[in-house]
Write a protein that binds this ligand. Sequence first.
Ligand code: HSE
Length: 370
Amino acid sequence: MKIGLLGFGVVGRGVYDIVADRDDIQVAKVLCLEDITLPDAEVTKNFQDILNDDTIDTVIEAMGGLHPAYEFVRAAMEAGKNIVTSNKALVATFYDDLIPLAESKGLKFRCTAAVGGGIGWLSEVERSRRIQKIHKVGGIMNGTCNYILDSMTRLGLDYGEALKQAQALGYAEANPSTDVEGIDTWHKVILSSNIAFGVSIDKAGVPAAGISRITAADVENFKAHGLVCKLISTGKLVDGKCSVYVQPTLIPQGDPEAAVPSNYNLITLIGQWSDRMSFYGQGAGRYPTAYNVVQDCQDILLGRGFYSPYGEKVTVCNDEKLCFYVRGGKDLPAAVAENWGSAVVTEPISVSAIHAWLKENPDAFIAAIA
Ligand code: HSE
């Protein structure tokens, strides 16, 4: 396999290091805008050098962001090259374009590192759906949010301090609001649901609530009730109806998600035969992420393409009713069941209704009670 590597940052450099001594995969050219030289690969600042090199059969996109990553990936596909990417925003955003294109051109397109970093999550979803229906996917998919929430819970840090540490450790995206407002998790659960259920979810209907309004006082409140706050994604297929959402969720101490430390991820599927299967590990970072990029190259060498056939467009229906912890905001759309200090716990209210209310009350903090 001869590779054109787009980007030489955290992930690109990791890929280069891992394949350095392999005979089956060779990085032929690297697109990098900085002045570097590499012992075993040609470095170029011009994408056309990779596009026009007929000896390159596979492009690894490790640039991040939507543009020009999308234009480069699309052009490479038009030129007949297979794609490996860790870019969840790219795949989730352009799913309806890139996946049918890969199918129609008979190309291999893989993105295992896009969800769960080094965890073999999407490749396990692929294996799982060969022999069973998947009913539910989701869990802790963002290391930055888990790091912040864990530091607030275990070490008593306030939100700002914990976020600063997560940034200093390199877990957060370039714009950390992508992490803390739940957008990164939103991309990951939409992509996971598309693959698990064999559909293409209408993203506009999928709500995401983040953790940026949480305070140390909220965390103390949760502890007093034996609960731990985590940012949890949910994708479900029940009676042919898809439900997909992202929200802070209060988990009883002692449940597996409650115990996930630092920047780790814990992602779960519930299947027809397997029941609950959970996958734990490093959801971010150079070598864990690059590890799954190289695994995808191995899968392509074995002839494996995308994880599931491109499926029908579906609109989500989030009418499931849950109780929510709510602090702040006006004209709550549900009756109050309990007062928890300056916050309340509501009677059950649909996920769609509370998220619609949150849009009108963006300074409020909500957390579902699991
Ligand atoms: N910013 C992401 C996270 C990186 O914290 O999980 C991996 O997608």
